[in-house]
Design a protein around this ligand. Sequence first.
Ligand code: ATP
Length: 257
Amino acid sequence: MVREQKAIDRNNAVISIKGLKKAFGDLEVLRGVDLEVYQGENLVVLGRSGTGKSVLIKVISGLLLPDAGDVDVLGQSVEHLSTRELMALRLKVGFSFQNSALYDSMTVRQNLEFPLVRNSRNLRRKEINREVEDVLDAVGLSQTIEQMPSELSGGQRKRIGIARTLILRPEIMLYDEPTAGLDPITCIEINNLINEVQEKYKTTSIIITHDLTCAKETGDRIAMLLDGQFAIQGTFDEVFASKDERVQSFYNYNFTQ
Ligand SMILES: Nc1ncnc2c1ncn2[C@@H]1O[C@H](COP(=O)(O)OP(=O)(O)OP(=O)(O)O)[C@@H](O)[C@H]1O
């Protein structure tokens, strides 16, 4: 699938972060992160293991509180929200976990219904069915509706995990290592799905990955987390044209393994 360059409106930041700091005891993970993510773009966050990528998306989704700095998501400052406001915001921020987080004792249909029924109690059976069928169709797995997660391949589980996040129609999608542990062909399918989801649902996405092919295929923009800050941001080619040794070694490591 050839990806078209999208026009990004840089006046419309959906996520705006300034001077974000987060430490755990003596471990300073985020040391003054500045980042804007614009409506409709796919932003890829790259960085070595343990640099704080997951911590960053947990702060964005209100699962962790910042120690310092401003974190504005969909026009709201996450550190000043009440519990009720935070819950409402979390419904607009879909979190696609690395391990897909499906319930093994439930069918695909039940897995997909679960967030919907829990969060939108007034829906009729017909509407629930329609929503489930719609997201399953969007991820190309309509035929699995009555199957159990144990009967699915790793790539299919990822897709169902993405469908389960999508069913609440989030405005922002956060993908934590969407292609981890998948074979190269399935990785390509997941990359395509991330792009299709963006086109169909007009979401704004942050994609955390170590996989440079995924970064190149899905990212309108790349931000590289180095020593607790986004020192380098730009298109894939711009970022890897950098002479910064840390960037070059990340690139070489990825393509020589
Ligand atoms: N709740 C927590 N309590 C204590 N330390 C934490 C907590 N969450 C994260 N950390 C630490 O913060 C650092 C950054 O973790 P994080 O999971 O964000 O890394 P990452 O960049 O996502 O790594 P990976 O690519 O391996 O997933 C790690 O050293 C981790 O141990």
